[in-house]
Design a protein around this ligand. Structure first.
Ligand code: ASP
Ligand code: MG
Length: 362
């Protein structure tokens, strides 16, 4: 079997954890499998690098930002390769560019356009564990690009597709996908399985467990994902292709948004725009990396599920559960999205979860 395993930043936040990840990879290889590992930057590294840039300038150029923040994943890949070698496991690290992750030129939120993992294939053929730096690629103009915050997931999925891997496991500090963020909603429960359609709607509405481009790619290529905890064996969530059942699956909240005047539209990198209309533009601040005038912090809370917004009976139940906070909302086929003041997002998230997912008749 060929496995692709991705480890998030908190799984490699210090050398002790990195060694444990190396041991986990070595165990998989010991079972006779070939393993390709994708790593995120250690802990808070990406945020620290961004903060460092802001000490130099409030509006860093996006090309130079990519040169800077792509470094985080390179640190992890080299250290993990060393840790595996310490265990006697042959391993070799590769940057995004060396792994053949080719992207468009949209710096700091680039999209993958092609994958040519020749060197990764050669490493596998030699019996090595290939360690790939997540979150980065190279454009056709030979510039280093990064894939947007959380983009290491994309690296794992596009490699799994290109290598026709048997499994793509996304490992982090949470043991799967929950019916809401368990930090905000203590009653949230883990989902054993869900469809890629459901996962995509969740990711697009800001749930942080999986990155939307990664899920979109998996869905297009029909790749089953597994979200699991790095340091425990408590099951995880299997995310598979196939038709979504008519259910409300989860609540997603996104508190990293901002609302601004419509005139900003042509100043924004396209991937940052969430919605635009006569009342302005709703944008994702995560990959903006610039100070813009007239932005007001905003948040959305979304009820996700097939037919959530298209079945009037379901829609009414959702609006009832939202109560007085349901002032600004829109319905899509697979989600009903409420826009609220960020300070009220957690309360609305809990109310929707309680009203829609905690009662036995739900
Ligand atoms: N290190 C990057 C970030 O923090 C990418 C990732 O972790 O997926 O956003
Ligand atoms: Mg990270």
């Amino acid at each position: 079997m060929l496995l692709v395993q991705k480890y998030g930043g908190s799984s490699v936040s210090d050398v002790e954890r990195l060694r444990k990840v190396a041991a986990r990879v070595a165990r998989a290889r010991g079972r006779g499998d070939s393993v390709v590992v994708v790593v995120s930057a250690m802990g808070n590294t990406t945020n620290e690098l961004l903060a460092l840039a802001r000490t130099v300038t409030q509006s860093p150029g996006r090309r130079e930002l990519d040169m800077l923040i792509s470094v985080g994943e390179r640190v992890s890949m080299a250290l993990l390769a060393m840790a595996l070698q310490e265990l006697g496991v042959p391993a070799r690290s590769f940057t995004g560019s060396q792994s053949g992750i080719i992207t468009d030129t949209s710096h700091a939120s680039a999209r993958v356009v092609e994958v040519r993992p020749d060197r990764v294939r050669e490493a596998i053929a030699r019996g090595e564990v290939a360690i790939v730096a997540g979150f980065q690629g190279v454009s056709r103009e030979r510039e280093v690009t990064t894939l947007g915050r959380g983009g290491s997931d994309t690296t794992a999925v596009v490699l799994a597709a290109a290598l026709q891997a048997d499994e793509c496991e996304i490992c982090s500090d949470v043991d799967g996908v929950y019916s809401a963020d368990p930090r905000a909603v203590p009653a949230a429960v883990r989902l054993d399985t869900m469809t890629l359609d459901e996962a995509l709607a969740l990711a697009q509405n800001g749930a942080k467990v999986l990155y939307d481009e990664a899920v979109a790619w998996a869905r297009r290529e029909g790749i089953t994902l597994r979200a699991s905890a790095t340091f425990s064996d408590t099951g995880g969530t299997r995310i598979h292709p196939g038709a979504a059942p008519p259910r409300i699956v989860a609540i997603a909240a996104d508190t990293q948004l901002a609302r601004g005047p419509l005139a900003l539209l042509d100043k924004l990198p396209a991937p940052c725009v969430r919605a635009a209309g006569p009342d302005g533009v709703l944008l994702d601040r995560r990959n903006l990396h610039a100070e813009l005038p007239g932005l007001i912090p905003a948040a959305t809370v979304a009820v996700v599920g097939a037919r959530a917004g298209s079945d009037p009976t379901v829609l009414l139940r959702i609006l009832n559960a939202a109560g007085p906070d349901a002032t600004r909302w829109r319905a899509a086929a697979d989600a009903v999205v409420f826009e609220v003041d960020p300070a009220r997002a957690a309360r609305l998230e809990r109310a929707l979860h309680a009203g829609l997912l905690e009662c036995p008749s739900a």
